[in-house]
Design a protein around this ligand. Structure first.
Ligand SMILES: [Zn+2]
Ligand SMILES: [Zn+2]
Length: 131
């Protein structure tokens, strides 16, 4: 799943990534309310789906709305963006990577044989009729 799609389909995880970045814009360093922060990814778009979580972590920035706007207005080189990502503390990097690697467990139904439990439930009646 790309980071962009993640932000759209999993707002809770996107929120956790912002929290992992200590609610700070990684460009201006200001602390912001969560809802003012946005996730920026490069290259922009959905092409991140084939990337590993560690690569995705290096491709995303937590930015305030204003810095995000400015960044797109003036453009940013991959090198500049990578330099910003490198300023991240190791603990923040680890936490974001962990959030990106998280896959929800597939739902496994309880191993109950429905026919078996139906037979058990109806057995007393059966015996009453027989006796
Ligand atoms: Zn900012
Ligand atoms: Zn962006």
């Amino acid at each position: 799943m790309s980071v962009l799609r993640l932000a759209r389909t999993n707002p809770i995880r996107a929120k956790r990534i912002k929290l992992a970045a200590a609610c700070r814009c990684e460009l201006c360093g200001d602390e912001m309310p969560l809802e003012w922060l946005e996730l920026h990814t490069y290259p922009d778009g959905e092409s991140l789906s084939e990337q590993t979580p560690a690569m995705q972590e290096g491709s995303l920035l937590v930015l305030c709305a204003e810095c995000h706007r400015q960044l797109h207005l003036h453009g940013i080189t991959v090198q500049e963006q990578e330099a910003l990502v490198r300023e991240r503390t190791p603990s923040i990097s680890r936490e974001i990577t962990a959030l990106l690697s998280y896959r929800p467990k597939p739902y496994t139904p309880p191993s109950v044989d429905l026919e078996e439990s139906y037979r058990e439930a109806s057995a007393p009646n059966h015996y009453r009729v027989a006796g």
